[in-house]
Design a protein around this ligand. Structure first.
Ligand code: BG6
Ligand code: MG
Length: 221
């Protein structure tokens, strides 16, 4: 099992699917592009895109179809323009239930807070949610070269927060994110169905997370 070698000092959050739910907007934007290009793309197909980079999302959407680099760039730009239009509709009401309670409790406990998102639009999303100032460090799709499941983004954010991986817990809704955090040596809390059985702790939703329970269970091992 696991136990904490030192006290918990930071919480690091994935953004899409943990702080807010933009997966539907990503889906609608990819589906529009896919339809325009005559590629079948279902809601189920979209599950495989959860948490991975824009480039990897395109690869998975193509399912082996070959396109040249200029076309790939143009398609990613087009998908992003559709996605940006959806982002305009986001407000602070789109914070997932339980998020503010957890952030407030962590602040009261003196913890540092970080975001580690694969998205190049993470700052825009946080701004629309009214949460740009709520975090001490924001890692996004521009911060590191190797995307999740490489551990680099979480390590980058932990460095900005001046904590070691063993002093931080990562909240993630995607398999690639849990794999990234675990290989970086972080404690992990999985949120939702895709992370069941993969993380140190698991909750069906952020609304069920309690800082006290997470701290106690990680300490108990
Ligand atoms: C992740 C999402 O946070 O960001 C993925 O879970 C998305 O679905 C990825 O593809 C990249 O996002 P963006 O905004 O840079 O296209
Ligand atoms: Mg996510």
């Amino acid at each position: 099992m696991f136990s904490m070698s030192s006290s918990l000092r930071a919480l690091i959050f994935d953004l899409d699917g943990v702080i807010t739910d933009t997966a539907e907007f990503h889906f609608l934007a990819w589906r529009r592009l896919a339809e325009e290009e005559g590629i079948p793309f279902t809601r189920e197909d979209n599950e495989a895109l959860r948490g991975v980079s824009r480039r990897e999302s395109l690869n998975r959407m193509l399912k082996g179809r070959a396109i040249d680099e200029a076309t790939a760039q143009a398609w990613m730009e087009r998908k992003n323009s559709y996605y940006l239009a959806y982002l305009e509709t986001i407000t602070p009401e789109h914070r997932l239930p339980g998020v503010m309670r957890l952030l407030d409790a962590a602040r009261l406990a003196g913890m540092r807070l970080g975001i580690a998102s694969a998205s190049k639009n993470a700052r825009r999303v946080l701004d629309k949610l009214g949460l740009l100032e709520a975090f001490d460090a924001i890692g996004d799709g521009y911060s590191v070269v190797n995307p999740k499941p490489a551990p680099d983004l979480f390590v980058w954010v932990a460095g900005r927060l001046a904590v070691s991986p063993q002093q931080a817990v990562v909240f993630e809704d995607a398999e690639a994110g849990i794999e990234a955090a675990r290989s970086g040596g972080f404690w992990t809390v999985g949120i939702g169905a895709a992370t069941r059985g993969l993380a140190h702790l698991h909750y069906d939703s952020m609304a069920e997370v309690s800082l006290e329970a997470v701290t106690r269970q990680l300490a108990a091992g």
